[in-house]
Design a protein around this ligand. Structure first.
Ligand code: ARG
Ligand code: ZN
Length: 875
């Protein structure tokens, strides 16, 4: 095996040759597909004399190659490994290659593949090279014309990017369709589809009055589940016009849904391909979370049309330029469609659960990575979600108007070109006049900064001083980092909870009630004047920076913030800190053999929140949801798996018993009649009801939960009850599983929920059940959704069972990674990262995990992506 090569940002050069036009013919047959590509190539004026033209190709059988109509002989080109080289070709020429590929056996789900009877493509990041020889890099932008042909009866629908310009019959029962995309694009945005799909249509009229045809292609049996996705698309289109003045630029927008997809969805120009999970929904089969997920992902892919497609990337190191920005845009869209605070809480929960650990582990990388072995490994929470936080901080520093001006300038300057993160920051600076020079460190430094806050109150002079110390931790390959520029949105609360004017020393009083402090050195102090009584500080409101905040706020002060903070997010966060402090304190008590007791003040604060007369029900539900075991573990130097589980269960049980009446009455009060509606209010009610049910299950009989399960009128309620039952060690648990399976066995997306409910269970024997489910006829290791639903959920979200001391959880994961290595390397690598935190555990578990990592590393024909993950973990 050849050592995998690492690609470095510092080696990046613009291409010597550009492909101006691509004429592609894909002739699809049952056991082979022929692809003919004619590339109109032009040498760049900057290229050196005698420069060669390099094309990437993976698993392609080259049948013929012609330059300007003349067949090239062996010596005129070289084909070594995955690179086809033309030495010193002319300045302008046409290269035509014909290759044979095998989508019907392609289980990697990259390039062209056959899934559930439909041929479709996934080209980002480097999948186009599995279709034809091409300089497969995002800074090569071309005009595409694509003809697809296939059997007419089996594959009546033939699609590619852009507009349909021709179609017709062919001999042998075949037909063809030709599509032309008027916009230049990089190869990663190419797509084509051949299948037998239903089409649901609608239209959208743009601000300038153009009518756009919206076409959703799904399996015939799913045709009744597109409504919400279509509505979400129309909302997205209107939102981008209103918020950023960005209008859609083609007359047709197509979406294709597939059950077999490595990621969430893909923004191919005019032809998005979606994981069916993010398209299909009706109340009986999809939960509120699914409805929200669809709105968010439909928005995300649509917003890419400007941030990603019209303005694209010059190389893959810049991925966050489109992903961080587009996640920020979809977050803002969802906030505007629903509840801003609830959306923010969900996003921060996600960031803390997956990005913070990533930033503290062996794969830690800046949002603009400096090197990669396998680009697929860098579609990470860091690039996407921390990337979005970085954009959000720019938004905070510039304000909405400044940010909008920056966006306008960014698009005006770079429309139609392939650019870098730096171009975005420069546009923001130039448009707003705000200096972002120190802020740029967020692009190059990895690791979650820790900001420690101390406070001093001087009653005599009425001065209150906050001192911030920031530390950016060392990460692999990066030590001794510089202080970053960090926005702290904050306020001070007086004795009755009212905000105190924030007048900094030397300023005219009274100052504003909320302000954004900017930290830019390791140690910084801010003194407020005219403060009569010691206030309670509310810092990092709305999670104004992706940092770990360390304060010495007491339990009483956190309870005060939970009750009074004007910032909803910080009320929630105060509760999270309370729970975390309490549970981690108990973990220490357990170790010392001391008895556990929950503070009565905390119980009273929970009670007050639960029965709060005016607070948004979704916020109540969030505030009463304990941090996950994974998140709690992340706060410990050495993760105590069993201690965390025991302490967290103790707190949940104690709250369940102490507030039994409250859970019960709120549960009853949240019951709805009337038809299901995915609006913000009803979702909030269902969320709180589900939470009450989970607390009630700790004090009520299994029959009580079974009753809730049996009477559920929509999937949100049904799954909430099923999930609770899954964790109960009672016959009702199995009975519910059987009934659910019986009811939904024809619906693959619903079965994913069934698998997950069982893999997240706290019941004894969960690991054995997960292992058995891998042999279930409805489980399919080739299907990424199934792998994530059963094994991903188990390894990432059920730490207590996954980290069993007999190492069987680790074996299950290692065996899965090794099986997936040949089937689907990119999913294999994802799964392998389940071991990334191994050094954070006790010696025994470390040894067990290390042995599994080494076993994976020793696997024959290890995919580059898996190699990258395990070798970095072991380093
Ligand atoms: N660009 C797609 C999106 O953000 C995701 C593509 C995932 N590709 C990958 N290689 N993991 O919507
Ligand atoms: Zn994206």
């Amino acid at each position: 095996m050849t050592e995998p090569v690492e690609t470095h940002l510092k080696d990046y050069k613009r291409p010597d040759f550009n492909v101006e036009t691509v004429e592609l013919h894909a002739d699809i047959f049952e056991t082979e597909t022929f692809v003919t590509a004619s590339l109109g190539v032009k040498k760049s004026p900057e290229a050196a004399d005698g420069a060669s033209f390099l094309l990437d190709g993976r698993e392609l059988e080259l049948l013929s190659i012609e330059l300007d109509g003349r067949t090239l002989t062996d010596g005129e080109y070289t084909l070594e490994g995955e690179v086809l080289t033309l030495q010193a070709p002319p300045d302008v020429f046409c290269l035509t290659t014909k290759v044979k590929i095998h989508p019907e056996t392609n289980t990697s789900l990259e390039g062209l593949y056959l899934a559930d009877g439909t041929f479709l493509t996934q080209c980002e990041a480097e999948g186009f090279r599995r279709i034809t020889f091409f300089p497969d890099r995002p800074d090569v932008m071309s005009s595409y014309r694509c003809t697809v042909s296939a059997d007419k009866e089996k594959y009546p629908v033939l699609l590619a990017n852009g507009n349909l310009v021709d179609e017709g019959e062919l001999p042998g029962g075949r037909h063809f369709a030709t599509w032309e995309d008027p916009h230049k694009k990089p190869s990663y945005l190419f797509a084509m589809v051949a299948g037998d799909l239903a089409c649901r249509e609608d239209t959208f009229t743009t601000a300038s009055g153009r009518e756009v045809a919206l076409k959703f292609h799904v399996d015939h049996q799913d045709a009744d589940k597109c409504g919400h996705a279509i509505e979400s698309l129309k909302k997205s289109m209107a939102w981008d016009e209103q918020t950023f003045g960005l209008e859609y630029d083609l007359d047709i927008y197509m979406v294709v849904a597939t059950h077999s997809f490595n990621a969430g969805a893909m923004e191919n120009k005019g032809l998005n391909v979606f994981n069916s999970k993010y398209v299909l929904a009706k109340p009986e089969t999809a939960t509120d979370t699914d409805f929200q997920g669809i709105e968010g992902v439909i928005g995300h892919e649509y917003f890419h049309n400007w941030t990603g497609n019209r303005v694209t990337l010059c190389n893959w190191f810049q991925l966050s330029l489109k992903e961080g920005l587009t996640v920020f845009r979809d977050q803002e869209f969802s906030s505007d469609m629903g509840s801003r605070a609830v959306k923010r809480i969900a996003d921060v929960r996600g960031l803390r659960a997956s990005q913070f650990p990533e930033d503290a582990g062996p794969m830690a990388h800046p949002i603009r990575p400096e090197s990669y072995i396998e680009m697929n490994n860098f579609y990470t929470a860091t690039v996407y979600n921390k990337g979005a936080e970085v954009i959000r901080m720019i938004h905070t520093f510039l304000g909405p108007e400044g940010f909008r001006k920056g966006m306008d300038l960014y698009v005006a300057r770079h429309d139609g070109s392939a650019v870098a993160c730096e171009d975005f920051v420069a546009a923001m600076e130039d448009a707003s006049g705000v200096d972002l020079s120190r802020f740029r460190l967020w692009y190059s430094q990895a690791g979650t900064p820790t900001v420690t806050v101390t406070r001093a109150f001087d009653a005599e002079t009425s001065r209150y001083t906050l001192t911030f110390t920031q530390k950016v931790p060392d990460t692999p390959g990066q030590a001794n980092k510089k202080a970053m520029q960090i926005p702290v949105r904050m306020g001070l609360l007086g004795g009755n909870g009212a905000p105190i004017p924030l007048t900094l020393e030397g300023e005219a009083s009274p100052g504003p009630l909320e302000r954004v402090l900017s930290l830019s050195s390791a140690l910084e102090s801010f003194t407020f004047t005219g403060v009569e009584k010691e206030p309670v500080p509310s810092l990092f409101r709305g999670f104004s920076a992706p940092v770990n905040q360390v304060t010495d706020l007491t339990e009483a002060e956190l309870i005060f913030l939970l009750a009074h903070d004007q910032d909803s997010f910080n009320r929630w966060d105060a509760a999270q800190q309370l729970y975390a402090n309490t549970i981690l304190g108990m973990v220490a008590d357990l170790e010392k053999g001391e008895p556990l007791a929950l503070s009565t003040d905390l119980v009273a604060a929970v009670q007050k929140t639960l029965t709060h007369p005016t607070l948004d029900k979704a916020l109540i539900a969030q505030a009463l949801t304990l941090p996950s075991e994974t998140e709690l573990g992340d706060r410990m130097a050495e993760i105590d798996v069993d201690g965390i589980h025991a302490a967290r269960e103790f707190v949940a049980d104690t709250l369940a018993v102490a507030l039994k009446e409250g859970w019960r009455s709120v549960y009853e009060a949240c019951k709805e009649d009337g038809p299901y509606c995915p609006d913000t209010q009803s979702m909030a009610k269902r969320r709180l009801k589900g939470l009450c049910l989970s607390y009630l299950s700790r004090v009520e009989s299994p029959a009580f939960v079974m009753d809730a399960f049996a009477s559920a009128a929509n999937m949100t309620d049904e799954l909430a009850a099923l999930t609770v039952l899954a964790g109960m060690d009672a016959p009702e648990s199995d009975e519910a599983m059987d009934r659910f399976y019986g009811a939904w066995k024809g619906d693959t997306l619903v079965l994913d929920k069934w698998f997950t409910a069982q893999s997240l269970s706290n019941r004894p024997g969960t690991l054995e059940r997960v292992a058995t489910l891998m042999d279930h006829p409805d489980f399919d290791i080739k299907n990424p959704n199934k792998v994530r639903a059963l094994i991903g959920a188990f390894c990432q979200a059920n730490p207590w069972h996954f980290h069993r001391l007999d190492g069987k959880g680790y074996d299950l994961l290692a065996d899965t990674v090794i099986a997936l290595n040949t089937i689907n390397p990119s999913i294999a690598a994802r799964m392998a990262s389940g071991f990334n935190r191994w050094k954070r555990y006790d010696e025994k578990r470390q040894g067990l995990m290390k042995a599994r990592l080494e076993r994976i590393k020793g696997t024959e024909n290890l995919a580059n992506g898996v190699f990258e993950i395990v070798s970095k973990a072991l380093a």
